[in-house]
Design a binder for this molecule. Sequence first.
Ligand code: BGC
Length: 746
Amino acid sequence: MARANHLGAGLFFVGSVAAMAWATASSAPVARSWMNTSLSPDQRATLVLKAMTQDEKFRLIRADFGQPSQGRAMPPGALTSAGYVPALARLGLPALQETDAGLGVAKADKSGGATSLPSGLATAASFDPQIAYAGGAMIGGEARKKGFNVMLVGGVDLERDPRNGRNFEYAGEDPLLAGTIAGNAVRGVQDQKVIATVKHYALNALETGRNTLSAQIDEPAARESDLLAFEIAIGIGHPGSVMCAYNRFNAVYACENDWLLNTVLKRDWDYPGYVMSDWGAVHSAGKSALAGLDQESAGEVFDPTVYFDQPLRAAIASGAVPQSRVDDMVRRILRSMFAVGVIDQPAKAAPIDFAADGEVALRAEEAGAVLLRNEHGLLPLSGSLKSIALIGGHADKGVLSGGGSSVVYPPAGNAVPGLPPDGWPGPRVYQPSAPLEAISRRLPGKVQFNDGHDVAAAGQLAAHADVAVVFVEQWDAESFDRPNMMLPDNQDALVAAVAKANPHTIVVLENNGPVNMPWLDQTSAVLEAWYPGARGGEAITRLLFGEVAPSGRLPLTWPKDESQLPRPQIPGAGLASIGVPPQGQPADTVDYRIEGADVGYRWFQRQNIEPLFPFGYGLTYTNFGYSKLQAKWENGKLTVAFDVTNRGARDGIDVPQVYLTLPGEKQSRRLAGWSRITLKKVATHHVEIIADPRILAEFDATEKNWRRPGGSYHIQLGHSATSFEGDTSVDLPAATFSARRSHASP
Ligand code: BGC
């Protein structure tokens, strides 16, 4: 029953076509010529296809829900998870066992547990493709050891609103950063012989009304923003699959959107893998098939009917859909199975080394937590403090996770069970990595805890301590958005009271993303820890005590408040079961034409407004300076070179960022590249960054091609998207590229 309300109240359908008995395929033995590994994945897929019966083909193009639901028994052979396609034993094809999701194995029966990475936003904040790869390899490895060979990982919808309940599953607001991070996570997963699934294609940037909401956007804006993030992620990661989204895209459902699936994904990007639907995102048989959908997910539970069975067979019989389209679906699925290795090296149950995997989660959080404020160098904390008050956020028990299909159950169980909501998108899970325990290990006998419910008592405890650390939290989840950026549960009053009582107050945020911080000026330090993952308490402690240098940089713009956003209101946002009742009805459309491709920092630049913290911002315990900036255009490449010097007295990590402005554009700075470097105190390092060529072009809606305008490109070397140390310009010749400029193949 855990997934009964998977689609949110009122939008749930029970399949009217019961799971049909699968007609047994011919038992005639086949010579498995496709097991010849010297053939290409395409050749092998074609050989299997030739040997398949129509029933076998139809069995591959729909996955069942992988767990019992609403009186429907668990499909025999499924592993209690998101999706399942039975093995085709006659052909030697293993079952497809599909598990969520981007932060770890979200196995729904909660048995065994798995290691949770911190939020996708933390990984993105590392600006480190290797951290993303290592996280992907870790969770992909756990998936494989639990018997899964498809992982629904690779969230890359751009952050267009800090209130979107799923931001924590994604990689921020910038297409180059998000695409690079998601693409490397996918690479990590697939190197474990597990198919990854870049999602949710496309513009699934709000949860409110997501099953019908139409994302309105113009073609150039889409191509230069969200679609660019997908294009980059697919180019780097070569995911075996792409998941089409719930929402409509310019009025047409994403999973039956010919332009999104056939034109952009399969033609322009030459994508050879398969498109799977989101769970409950299919609305037709023939239309979806013709538009490019290749596999229906859990239709018997989440769609009004299983479209990719009888209705599609009927469409083929009537000639509305050619048989070749079904063959193409099957060939694509098989091709990904061969390309990723799930047939040659089938997943096998194996023990998991949770200690080693926990280290990967620890490193990701250490690299991705962002130090937002540090007045008078209060941090790092000294080991000689005499007393420290820890307050709120269940810091005595663990660290918070975001909710919904991606939630990862810790092997040791939920550290704070029983918090609302009772059902979907709960449970609210805490990873058992308590900051209290980790900090007490550094300062035995000197740490006192108050749970923060009694604001006055918390203030009193803080008043008598050298330092107060307040943990504040905001539980967000798939299926709803927050109506505003306020911290829930009176936590603003708590922080204000503690900060009033103790001038050395540090705030640690465990949240989905930007919140209002009316108390900011009264605090000494603020650390954005996101949802910190399996070893979050330890990571936060190591950062606070300077055992590692904070090095995360914001992968999104932190607005001062909702009024700065392109759309100050989200009609119908909220979730009654956590005490945030929705006001009004969800809208039918969301107008992304307002900001177009100017997402996040580009919107703030265009509007000439100052956010609270800019994209790319983050402090550390030393500081860095830039010099000798040079840019040159040579052999068709824009190279930006400069020196970075650690000007402080501690070793540290810097993330210098290169932004460029195209000729003729005054208000549209774009991140074109960055570097993440570790530097000893006073050391200098020479850096060269090659601007991503896709950032240098604009999409021409009339000619349907990409154009790099000729002229002078303004280059700025940034500590963030608004703070620069050095600028220069370089002339580039004009060029035109076809819409099919990048050809990705797994
Ligand atoms: C989510 C997907 C998820 C799927 C399977 C859907 O509700 O949108 O991200 O992979 O469920 O659980």
